[in-house]
Design a protein around this ligand. Structure first.
Ligand code: 3EB
Length: 353
């Protein structure tokens, strides 16, 4: 085996996701901190040793969605190769970021109220378009042009304003930014999630981007989101159902927010247990596609890290029970409260494999 091949594998194969409490992070060795790309708290930014984070200038943010379990769990993205060198570039507008040669993690939060606009709808659209254009501009500058995964959290996602739902205004502006920056609006588009955060939260967006392109995956059970018919909004959401990134043998699978949608229709309205089961069938279909691409059974339901978003916290026992039946042994699961971007969806699940 050539040295080049194995060192490339070591560099890309070591992207790690962990869900840890502030306390657990506090007891990690320096070698662990050395590879941290970014930390995302759920309800609020984590309470961690500032000297450690500031010295390494690690980007730390919060998605603002409430965790349904005790403890201040955080999502930590880390490159675990021993020799990896991480850097922070100069400030780029509102974005804080940290990167290796292969990968870049970044985030930005925007207070819509501070944006000069004639209406709420216009402020939301300006905030969204501005955020995406800033991200694309940064990624062109650092030569990590491929967004592999992006998480979008916006307050009052299902609320009507200016004659349309806020999520749909967001979709219009996101699509405009992809077009203005000359990017594809179908096919090679990032895996994503878009969820509601509590009223008064800033729009919070974080992302992983890479020097080399991922392989996009669509779900044969679902219409691609970028081909949704106009009844779901004048501008389709721009995201892929999943993507694979990294070299064979050590690739990572990113599964977008997935819900109880077959074709383009929501099914099992009002039944959270049936929605949970349908969502797992959808994720299973994506795993089959991923395994076909990697040519092995590398990805399975019980080895995924899951984030489960519930519209109603009172549904937690039902969803936990449904997942316990479907996934054995139970994988690592974070349960969060968030509004899902169709009023009739009660649950949405995203995953990393
Ligand atoms: C769906 O399948 C559910 O707008 O970025 C899931 C993942 C959903 C990402 C997005 C929306 C988004 O349409 C909603």
């Amino acid at each position: 085996m050539s040295t080049t091949a194995s060192s490339t594998a070591a560099a890309t194969g070591s992207l790690q996701l962990e869900y840890l409490s502030s306390h657990q992070m506090g007891s990690q060795p320096a070698s662990w901190w050395h590879g941290v790309l970014g930390i995302i708290g759920f309800d609020r930014p984590p309470n961690i040793d500032r000297t450690r984070v500031d010295r390494a200038r690690i980007p730390v943010t919060a998605s603002r969605v409430r965790s349904l379990r005790a403890g201040d769990l955080c999502e930590v993205w880390r490159v675990a190769s021993p020799g990896v060198q991480l850097s922070n570039g100069p400030e780029h507008g509102k974005i804080r970021y940290r990167y290796s040669d292969d990968l870049l993690f970044g985030f930005l939060s925007i207070a819509e109220q501070a944006i000069d606009a004639r209406s709420e709808a216009e402020a939301l659209q300006r905030a969204t378009e501005g955020a995406y254009l800033e991200i694309f501009d940064l990624l062109d500058a650092t030569a990590h042009p491929h967004v592999i995964r992006i998480w979008n959290y916006l307050p009052n996602i299902n609320m009507q304003t200016g004659g349309d739902e806020r999520y749909r205004h967001f979709n219009s502006a996101r699509q405009t930014a992809f077009r203005k920056s000359g990017r594809a609006t179908m096919g090679s588009v990032p895996a994503a999630s878009a969820l509601g955060s509590p009223a008064g939260s800033p729009i919070s967006i974080y992302f992983l981007a890479a020097r080399r392109p991922p392989k996009m995956i669509e779900n044969p059970r679902q219409t691609s989101a970028y081909h949704y018919p106009p009844k779901f909004g004048r501008h389709s959401p721009i995201f892929s159902r999943a993507c694979l990134w990294g070299d064979a043998g050590c690739s990572r699978l990113f599964v977008s927010g997935t819900a109880s949608i077959v074709g383009h229709e929501t099914i099992h309205c009002g039944d959270v247990i049936a929605q949970t089961r349908e969502t797992i069938l959808n994720i299973g279909a994506l795993l089959d596609q991923a395994n076909r691409i990697v040519g092995s059974s590398r990805y399975s339901l019980d080895s995924l890290k899951l984030k489960v978003y519930l519209r109603h916290p009172s549904d937690l026992p039902d969803v936990e029970a449904a997942l316990a039946e479907l996934l054995h042994p139970a994988p690592s699961i974070a349960y969060l409260q968030a509004d899902v971007c169709r009023e009739d969806l009660l649950v949405e699940i995203e995953a990393v494999g």
